[in-house]
Design a protein around this ligand. Structure first.
Ligand code: ME8
Length: 507
């Protein structure tokens, strides 16, 4: 039987600097969802990459070389070095992306050309004159109304005044169609608050946009408008098509498009929920099934910024606390979709209470008791059922309530702790061996199932537990519906306590 596909993307990031914890947040979440869909047996395509045709990158390159007017070779050299840093970061963080797209690759040029031609032929591009403001930080045209004290409210810099001949995309032509689509497909934009924001933008503010730039020397050029570079957002959004073979590999494109989920931060929702679907409608392509915009977080209550010196490097955090501890903290602490705050203090609290004393301690106690009372061999099976747990778990993950899914897993951990406290296996060992065997089997089997539910979120930890059970490889071969069936753990299976999952933090 052909596997069901699942195509998930992160934004492609600007490479004027190395990744920080905000970028890692989106990428880790996408990784978790990719894993969840793999667990369910789907054919997952997980795309991330770098947005390279941006003025921000060029400015950073100029700073790097200490001069302006770089030649193309110097710019490309800088982009190659920076993009490699992003790829390496995700590798170091054990992110399991299927593909990494760079917008300076030939395959992307091919996709943009093909896409532009379609929209051009549709009659949705016209020549005009742009006179207005442009914020290079946002890489977007900005209106007077949006400025605060003459500056971009996000980047706190005055925008550039621009006067140029440009080509425009008839975005406003798609107003009614977009509103209709959003109304008929409420799951298209999530969470709901963001959907309302987008609807009001489309209704009241959305205008045609300039999609080429005359003065820009670095960017994609297309035959229709040879002397101008394609506007960076128009080019960047197309990456989601390029990644699955648009313009280069029809079979792959048919397999994976439309995307199941574009995961983005709330800062770029308008591009993804208005401009992008309108571009796709114009090109006659299906729309992605969902765009989910998560919140932004601050660092210890402050906005993350270089000048404040509080930019957090995800690789350093993962090195100090472990990949899974970082993943756990990010996914559990901030209700997905809302804004939140990152603090080392909270991370250490969560590490100690939930990971070391919670999960880690439970696994080590139960395995130690199995070793002590049963020579490390799994006792006889008893009946049980966690199907209610799995049902709620799936509901929450599929609705991207990732923090709730983790809550449910930790509820199961608490239930196991209660069983230990109530049944007191060390007392049963003295008087009721049959009951002791039942209690230990029940605990071992619950932990086996918890480990699988945890796998998308904390793959390293989950695999460590299943390795202690000696069943990781055998279970991998089983399908998802088998894994969550009670009784998967066989009598006589040898388990081993081994090392602590989460060593205590050094003060
Ligand atoms: O916007 N909290 O790239 P970008 C949470 N190239 N998430 C954060 C964050 C924070 N403090 N800071 C950044 C671009 N992010 C374009 C995208 S897509 C076709 C083109 C995350 O490098 C969040 O996902 O500015 C946000 O949307 C993204 O980084 C912006 O990355």
């Amino acid at each position: 039987m052909k596997k069901e596909k699942y195509y998930i993307t992160t934004p492609i990031y600007y490479i004027n600097d190395k990744p920080h914890i905000g970028h890692a947040y989106t990428t880790i979440t996408a990784d978790t969802l990719a894993n969840y869909n793999r667990l369910k047996g789907r054919d997952v395509y997980f795309l991330t990459g770098t947005d390279e045709n941006s003025q921000k990158n060029i400015k950073a390159a100029e700073r790097h070389f200490g001069k302006t007017k770089l030649d193309k070779k110097e710019i490309q050299e800088y982009l190659d070095v920076m993009s490699a840093i992003w790829q390496r970061t995700w590798d170091e963080m054990k992110i399991t992306n299927t593909d990494f797209i760079r917008t300076t690759e030939d395959r992307h040029l091919a996709a943009v050309k093909e896409f532009f031609t379609r929209v051009w032929k549709k009659g949705d591009i016209y020549e005009g004159f742009y006179e207005g403001l442009y914020c290079e930080g946002c890489e977007t045209f900005i209106s007077e109304k949006e400025l605060v004290d003459g500056k971009c409210p996000i980047h706190k810099e005055p925008p550039k005044a621009i006067k140029e001949k440009n080509y425009f995309f008839r975005l406003s032509k798609y107003r009614a169609e977009l509103l209709d689509y959003i109304e008929k497909n409420p799951e298209f934009i999530m969470p709901e608050g963001r959907r309302k924001e987008v609807i009001s933008y489309i209704r009241e503010f959305m205008e045609d946009v300039s999609i080429t730039r005359e003065s820009i020397k670095w960017g994609i050029t297309v035959p229709e408008v040879k002397d101008q570079a394609v506007y960076v957002w128009f080019d960047a959004l197309i990456n989601y098509l390029t990644g699955v073979g648009f313009g280069t590999d029809d079979k792959k494109f048919k397999t994976y498009w439309p995307a199941d989920l574009h995961l983005v931060g709330k800062d770029i929702i308008k591009f993804h929920c208005a401009l992008w679907p309108a571009m796709l409608l114009s090109a006659g392509l299906p729309l992605p099934k969902q765009v989910f915009a998560h919140g932004f977080f601050t660092i210890g209550g402050q906005k993350m910024s270089k000048s404040l010196g509080n930019v957090v490097d995800p690789v350093e955090v993962a090195k100090k606390y472990g990949h899974d501890a970082l993943r756990y903290y990010l996914l559990r602490e901030i209700p997905f979709g809302e804004d939140g705050d990152f603090s080392f203090e909270r991370l250490e609290e969560r590490y100690s209470s939930d990971l070391a004393n919670g999960l880690g301690n439970l696994v080590s106690r139960v395995l130690a008791m199995t070793e002590k009372y049963f020579n490390g061999e799994t006792p006889k099976k008893i009946k049980g059922d966690l199907s209610e747990f799995w049902k709620k778990y799936e509901e929450n993950v599929e609705n991207l309530k990732l923090h709730n899914a983790l809550n449910l897993i930790w509820e199961q951990i608490a239930i196991c702790d209660e069983i230990v406290d109530k049944e007191k296996p060390w007392e049963l060992a003295k008087k009721d061996e049959k009951k002791l065997a039942e209690v230990i089997y029940g605990l071992l089997e619950r932990i086996r199932q918890i480990s699988w539910a945890l796998w998308p979120f904390l793959p390293e930890t989950s695999e460590k537990i299943l390795t202690k059970y000696g069943i990781l490889e055998i279970e991998r071969e089983k399908g998802y519906s088998q894994l969550k069936k009670w009784g998967g753990l066989e009598e006589g299976q040898k388990v081993e306590k081994g090392d602590a999952l989460f060593p205590r933090l050094e003060k």
